[in-house]
Design a protein around this ligand. Structure first.
Ligand SMILES: Cc1cc2nc3c(=O)[nH]c(=O)nc-3n(C[C@H](O)[C@H](O)[C@H](O)COP(=O)(O)OP(=O)(O)OC[C@H]3O[C@@H](n4cnc5c(N)ncnc54)[C@H](O)[C@@H]3O)c2cc1C
Length: 144
């Protein structure tokens, strides 16, 4: 079995996820308001929100649902973001930076809202987490 296949079949996702819905290959002509490429967390969330907003959506995936990083990650829902808020504002400017920060700030809540709204059976737990820091500089960075 190839490494990529092993990484998926031996993942936490594969060991614990509900069976994926049956899907089929596209054939003939399919019409949709929006076509989304890839069936990971990002695209499936986008698809869900578009459908809720009344759009018709087709998701195309070349492998399996969750095949990418979404099916291989540690399953932690936290705000471990590598860039400081000041770095985000420096990159996006104040107005867009503030919107990005608001988006990040609400991301964990959104995950748990989706789990509850759609009764997703994923053994979720909302707990605290420890963010370690090395040395005074590391501590100052975490505090910022
Ligand atoms: C080892 C690891 C651990 C991680 N741990 C965490 C964690 O604990 N918490 C956390 O929040 N984040 C974690 N992450 C990050 C998180 O998993 C990713 O940010 C997230 O899964 C990205 O989702 P995505 O939908 O954007 O991409 P992906 O899940 O990678 O989905 C992309 C999909 O697109 C498909 N695709 C690509 N090209 C095409 C094409 N041309 N046609 C059709 N389909 C295509 C792929 O097959 C894939 O299924 C981790 C990542 C890794 C790698």
């Amino acid at each position: 079995m190839a490494d990529a296949e092993l990484g998926f079949t031996q993942s936490l996702w594969s060991a614990t996820a509900e069976e994926a819905p049956k899907t089929g290959a596209l054939s003939g002509i399919t019409n949709a308001g929006v076509v989304i490429v890839g069936a990971g967390f990002t695209s499936l969330s986008a698809a869900l929100h578009l459908v809720e907003a009344g759009q018709s959506v087709v998701v195309v995936e070349s492998q399996k649902i969750g095949w990418g990083a979404s099916g291989r990650n540690g399953g932690q829902v936290n705000l471990a973001f590598d860039v400081l808020p000041s770095g985000i504002k420096a990159h996006f400017g104040k107005k867009r930076g503030d919107r990005v920060l608001k988006l990040i700030d609400g991301a964990c809540d959104l995950v748990f809202e989706l789990i509850e709204r759609h009764t997703i059976k994923c053994a979720h737990r909302r707990v605290s987490y420890i963010r370690g820091a090395y040395g005074k500089r590391g501590l100052a960075e975490v505090e910022r």
